[in-house]
Design a protein. Structure first.
Length: 666
């Protein structure tokens, strides 16, 4: 049997495997004549044999720890011939976990990758190994494969049975890699049997979904069947009637079978227009529900308002099949640039009169600020609020007051020429919330103005400055580094999967990125204490009184870090001064001056950078530096207070306008 071709990796992948920055690998390549020669690629993007790289890293002591088995496993799959080949090999890992070696039907390179994965799984476990490979595969093909984020899947499952009822059968007719089915299995698993049924048009996704559910550790009472098929054209579950249908269908497809399905019996409300495939999925979901069953679909916002679909929307309202429509915050799921909607549908019982109202929920966050134009989605708040609103509505009770705005609208009021169901058009603005925002913003605005007055008073003597007097001699950062009055620490590349997001637990260390600086926010990512220990010297951690410098012209800034430690990434560096020679605030103030930045910039036509080593600093005694440093500290605070005052002014004017527009002037 011929041996599989060698696996190759780029310099960036070597850096990721070794847990260092790309610059460190380039430096190794220059310094060590034993560094492996390229095995392919080009002069500007060379490829290296993975086995040779691993051997060299081990020989030179560059591997941090043996536990990085999973990190070394992915290149074996990434090197396979295309997305399908890699997906097939990953799916085969689940099937081969209980057998000896890889299954038949795979190529030599695929079989070799599967054997490597099985070897890792003996140490790491099949489930974690499979999930790691699947996540990396999805990350590599994020534009071609759409997934439902885990927290959104939890919300959809919670909405399907908000009162806690346990369904017997759950169907996902466009299951992809099985995320919704897996969440349903974890949520509703018990000693009672639960059937998970799935379908997808892609054979690779079907296999991956089967493997994902099979390796997830669900109890034996959960039985799963996932089949390959085109659900709209040729449904693989035509006779099934499920208690729950969960679906994140494909969006904006034109070739969904409009002509050949013109007389399909599923179109109870109307034949979906060619431009409305999502309404075909809505009617399909209803057709596969048992009486009283529930469907939750994730749909683009246009489905709620496009004129072409108004007849079907009207039919869903008249029969009571559509029970609730929830507008999610922007960024809840791909595509992240729009706020998607959740449609909650019920299969009407034959003898029951149709409901005469519709629940509309607007979960969009209306309190964004200029400091963070797209805040993270508060999934905890959504999971606390939205299912409770639906449960209260279904029980005929008045929904409790929550941070999420909602309203119950009579169906007759929606049946106009447009049948526009967009929640923002019907959910009334919360003038009480606007009043609270106005009070909060006004209080902070007043505090900022008071601080600005204090800073102005302290800086008032600087108005007497003149151009007279001798100029002190200047020195550069490069000269200070050579004299060891300063030490420079550049930020390092971190593996994307290593950085966590969301609320930062006690003991975690924040990670400052260029994106944080661009949005003007506090660090949004973090590393756990054990990760900081594991990365060791390969991390750039700030210390108190370090001068942090962002090195691009667009974002160039320098400040004294007082909340250390913090992890820095490329394009952000730390200057650590000898405080017996240099005052940190004096250094930061000099470095960030516009004239200094202009002289040290690269002045390229694209993303120009500032050469920090070329920045100039006056030669002054330490006592004099401290006087300058205090003035610089106040100037930097003045600049930031002015920026915050502008942001608060916009927030305040917006909130006051909402209050007045609600007729709440006292």
């Amino acid at each position: 049997m011929p041996s599989p071709p060698p696996v190759t990796v780029t310099l960036a992948e070597i850096a990721r495997l070794a847990g260092v920055g790309r610059a460190a690998v380039s430096n190794w390549r220059r310094r060590y004549h034993t560094f492996p020669e390229p095995a392919g690629g080009t002069d500007t993007s060379p490829q290296f044999d993975l086995a040779e790289v691993e051997s060299w890293l081990r020989a030179e002591g560059k591997l941090r720890r043996e536990e990085d088995l999973l990190r070394w496993l992915w290149p074996q799959f990434d090197a396979l011939d295309g997305r399908t080949a890699a997906g097939e090999a990953i799916a085969a890992v689940a099937g081969a976990a209980s057998a000896d070696g890889a299954p038949d039907g795979l190529g030599d390179a695929q079989r070799a990758a599967v054997r490597e994965a099985l070897a890792v799984a003996r140490t790491r476990g099949v489930g974690p190994t499979y999930e790691f490979l699947l996540e990396r595969w999805l990350g590599a093909h994020v534009r071609q494969v759409t997934t439902t984020p885990g927290q959104l899947a939890e919300l959809m499952v919670a909405l399907a049975a908000p009162s806690g009822d346990r369904p017997r059968t759950v169907l996902d007719p466009a299951c992809g890699t099985g995320g919704l089915l897996l969440t349903a299995g974890h949520h509703w698993s018990s000693r009672r049997r639960l059937d998970l049924l799935g379908a997808d048009i892609s054979p690779v996704l079907t296999r991956l979904a089967r493997g994902r559910v099979a390796t997830a550790g669900l109890p034996r009472s959960v039985r799963t069947q996932i089949r390959t098929g085109d659900t709209l054209r040729s449904d693989v579950w035509p006779e099934e009637r499920a208690d729950v249908v969960l679906c994140n269908p494909p969006y904006n497809t034109r070739d969904w079978g409009h002509e050949e399905l013109a007389t399909d019996p599923r179109w109870v409300f109307a034949h979906p227009p060619r431009t409305e495939p999502e309404l075909a999925w809505v009617q399909h979901a209803l057709s596969r529900l048992a009486d009283g069953g529930t469907a939750v679909l994730l749909l683009p916002p246009g489905v709620a308002k496009r004129r072409a679909g108004r007849r079907i929307r009207a039919g869903l309202l008249r029969t009571g099949a559509l029970r609730a429509l929830i507008a999610l915050p922007v960024g809840s799921a791909p595509p992240h640039s729009v706020g998607l909607h959740l449609w909650l549908l019920r299969k009407p019982a034959e003898d029951a009169p149709p409901p005469t109202t519709l629940l509309l929920v607007d979960a969009e966050d209306g309190e964004r600020t200029g400091r963070d134009p797209r805040p993270p989605v508060d999934w905890d708040a959504l999971l606390r609020s939205v299912p409770g609103l639906v449960q209260a509505y279904e029980a005929g009770a008045t929904p409790a007051r929550t941070a999420v705005r909602s309203t119950v609208v009579p169906v007759v009021g929606l049946l106009d020429e447009q049948v526009d169901l967009t929640p923002a058009r019907h959910v009334p603005a919360d003038s009480g919330s606007a009043a609270r925002r106005a009070r909060r913003s006004w209080g902070e605005f007043t505090s900022v103005l008071g601080r600005l007055e204090e800073i102005s008073t302290a800086l008032a003597p600087l108005r007497q400055l003149t151009d007279d007097g001798p100029q002190p001699s200047m020195t550069s950062v490069d000269e200070l580094l050579r004299a060891e009055a300063l030490h420079l620490h550049g930020g390092q590349t971190l593996p994307r999967e290593a950085v966590h997001h969301g609320p930062r637990p006690r003991g975690a260390v924040p990670v400052l990125t260029v994106a944080d600086l661009l949005h003007g926010t506090e660090p949004t990512g973090w590393l756990g204490p054990h990760q900081v220990t594991a990365f060791g010297e390969h991390l750039t951690l700030t210390a108190p009184h370090d001068v942090v410098v962002a090195g691009t012209s667009q974002l160039f800034d320098a400040w004294v870090e007082e909340a250390a430690p913090m992890v820095l990434v490329p394009q952000i560096l730390a200057l650590r001064p000898d405080r017996d020679l240099l005052d940190p605030w004096f250094l930061a103030g000099c470095l960030r001056s516009p004239g200094n930045t202009r002289q040290a910039g690269s002045h390229s036509t694209h993303a120009s950078r500032v050469d920090v080593r070329r920045l100039k600093v006056p030669r002054l005694p330490l006592d004099e530096q401290r006087r300058y440093g205090e003035a610089f500290r106040r100037i930097i605070e003045l600049e930031r207070m002015l920026g915050r005052a502008g942001e608060l002014g916009k927030e305040l004017s917006s909130a006051l306008s909402d209050v007045l527009a609600g007729g709440r002037l006292l």
